[in-house]
Design a protein around this ligand. Structure first.
Ligand code: URA
Length: 204
């Protein structure tokens, strides 16, 4: 096993893992970006949200989902009674911005996936929202597209996965708002069933 993976697997906690991931130089994406965007939120959150990879604003600030798509995500979460720093941990499949926001290449994803796997292993969420093709296909290990996957729970062990469209897709395909809303309603229902029966959601 390469030395990086040995260090990754030896990380004592999420902070130690973040320090190791910051040193990653295992693919060329790091050469073209400003920050390794590890992810952020409540390390005890039972709800984890996964996107594709950092965009320009995320790369500039070193934080996930802080650009336009992130603002929309925050609004959807708020409508569901979730506050990102309290109820969620937000991360991405790849931690470094692909140039020009292109889709990460298979090889870049393959190299970066151990980072995500260790994050999920440490966080042990009960529910994970997979936003877009990249997150859904790589985490569920399927070639099916997000239109086929969305809206249906996948259970693996103690974890429940809800694939849905990426919020950025809603900007150019507004007809996807309704299915995304339906999917988040299912997340609220599951959150009440598994985590907090008293969870209050203003619009669900
Ligand atoms: N899109 C993503 O997939 N992730 C981010 O962090 C921001 C935009």
């Amino acid at each position: 096993m390469d030395e990086y993976l040995t260090r990754l697997r030896g990380a004592a906690d999420l902070d130690a893992l973040a320090d190791i991931v910051q040193t990653c130089r295992r693919c060329s994406l790091r050469d073209g970006c400003q920050h390794v965007v590890f992810g952020e939120g409540n390390p005890k959150a039972q709800l984890v949200i996964c996107g594709e990879g950092p965009g320009a604003e995320e790369d500039r600030l070193g934080r996930p989902f802080v650009g336009r798509a992130g603002q929309l995500l925050d609004q959807i979460l708020a409508a569901c009674g979730f506050e990102r720093s309290q109820h969620t941990f937000i991360l991405n499949v790849v931690k470094c911005r692909p140039p020009g926001n292109r889709t990460p290449a298979h090889e870049e994803i393959r190299i970066c996936l151990p980072n995500l796997r260790m994050q999920v292993h440490m966080l042990q969420p009960k529910i994970m929202i997979l936003m877009g093709n990249c997150a859904a296909q790589n985490i569920l290990q399927t070639d099916l597209g997000i239109s086929q996957l969305r809206g249906q729970w996948v259970q693996k062990g103690n974890m429940w996965f809800m694939p849905t469209y990426h919020p950025a897709a809603l900007f150019h395909r507004p007809q996807l708002k309704k299915p995304v809303w339906d999917d988040f309603q299912q997340v609220v229902d599951k959150y009440r069933a598994l985590i907090n029966p008293d969870h209050r959601a203003p619009h669900c």
